[in-house]
Design a protein around this ligand. Structure first.
Ligand code: NAD
Ligand code: UDP
Length: 312
């Protein structure tokens, strides 16, 4: 059956892949975006599809549409962009959550929140399980994003408990792939763009901090499985690739795969930069039909490098 699905932040990196996949599965998609970090180029190929509708709207304002499902992705995700206007960032997470939950309540839609591994902050538990409550600074540079996302999770749970809204919460770990903005500022796109342009590759700190990188197609598969999962399973559930790398290892892989002559340089570590991050995905495997990432780092980097080569 064709479903009517609203994707907020649909012109962004993850949102554009999700819109395409939902249309390919025969659904009708409304893509809502204010183009803060998103880009029409990401969804250009979808514009000819009569079942795709593009709406310029800011999710801090209420939005009304008859839909069956809502994926709430609207929020800048890169530290550079979410710190540019921190008050707007937290408003987007909190008021955005209130607005999509209000809509879901009114029209009886199911609503999925794109939360983040940032809710774990600089974690004391490794790898991170969903039962870990996190170690987050409430008044630091990253707080507008981390605390905004934490508050959104609270709102989702409260709308469910108080009003019976059908909710799903996913916690996304570092994801990369085509359609990332070359100026996005996150580490994978930064390193690839620097390597392709022959510029210095900027490692923040000594490069021993770790992240676990997930290719976007694996995430989209997990998001759809979560939306379609048993009604009683609300999450939060981690979606990420558990293979962990240091930033130094990532830089070396990017240099090797691009054949670049760029040199690696070291710059100051930003405030509150988490030292390590790795998802425990046992819950996702158990609840989402054995979901696990299929695309490992080198294979995914090759695809991302190809994309950036074409657009640069
Ligand atoms: P992105 O910046 O490419 O996409 C975010 C989209 O939201 C953009 O198109 C932007 O224009 C839009 N947007 C921002 N503020 C808005 C507002 N007020 N109203 C309407 N639209 C608005 O980032 P992304 O990587 O695609 O992330 C998508 C979602 O997934 C975000 O909610 C992010 O927090 C979450 N997430 C992503 C990652 C990741 O590694 N990519 C990790 C954890 C969580
Ligand atoms: N980072 C880096 N060089 C860059 C951009 C980021 O070394 O040009 C580091 C950053 O300090 C962090 C890691 O890479 O330790 C991941 O950063 P990103 O902004 O991609 O995501 P997040 O910190 O939110 O996980």
């Amino acid at each position: 059956m064709r479903k009517k699905i609203l994707v907020t932040g649909g012109a962004g990196f993850v949102g554009s892949h999700l819109c395409k996949r939902l249309l390919d599965e025969g659904n009708e998609v409304i893509c809502l975006d204010n183009y803060f970090t998103g880009n029409k180029n990401n969804i250009l190929e979808l514009l000819n599809n009569p079942f795709f509708e593009l709406v310029r709207h800011d999710i801090t304002e209420p939005y009304f549409a008859e839909v069956d499902e809502i994926y709430n992705l609207a929020c800048p995700a890169s530290p550079v962009h979410y710190q540019y206007n921190p008050i707007k960032t937290i408003k987007t997470s909190v008021m955005g959550a209130i607005n999509v939950l209000g809509l879901a309540k009114r029209v009886g839609a199911k609503v999925l929140q794109a939360s983040t591994s940032e809710v774990y902050g600089d974690p004391h538990v490794h790898p991170q399980t969903e039962s870990y409550w996190g170690n987050v600074n409430p008044i630091g540079l990253r707080s507008c994003y981390d605390e905004g996302k934490r508050c959104a999770e609270t709102l989702f749970m409260d709308y469910h408990l108080q009003n019976g809204v059908a909710i799903k919460i996913i916690r996304i770990f570092n994801t990369y792939g085509p359609n990332m903005n070359p100026n996005d500022g996150r580490v994978v796109s930064n390193f690839i763009v620097q390597a392709l342009k022959g510029e210095d590759i900027t490692i923040f700190g000594d490069g021993t901090q770790t992240r676990s990188f997930q290719y976007v197609d694996d995430l989209v598969e997990g998001m759809i499985r979560m939306m379609n999962s048993d009604k009683s399973f609300l999450g939060p559930v981690n979606l990420g690739n558990p293979n962990e790398f240091t930033m130094l290892e990532l830089a070396e892989k990017v240099v090797k795969l691009t054949g670049s002559s760029s040199k690696i340089i070291f710059m100051p570590l930003p405030q509150d930069d988490p030292k390590q991050r790795q998802p425990d995905i046992s819950l996702a495997k158990q609840k989402l039909n054995n979901w696990e990432p299929n695309i490992q780092l080198e294979e995914g980097l090759v695809k991302a490098i190809e994309y950036f080569k074409n657009i640069l």
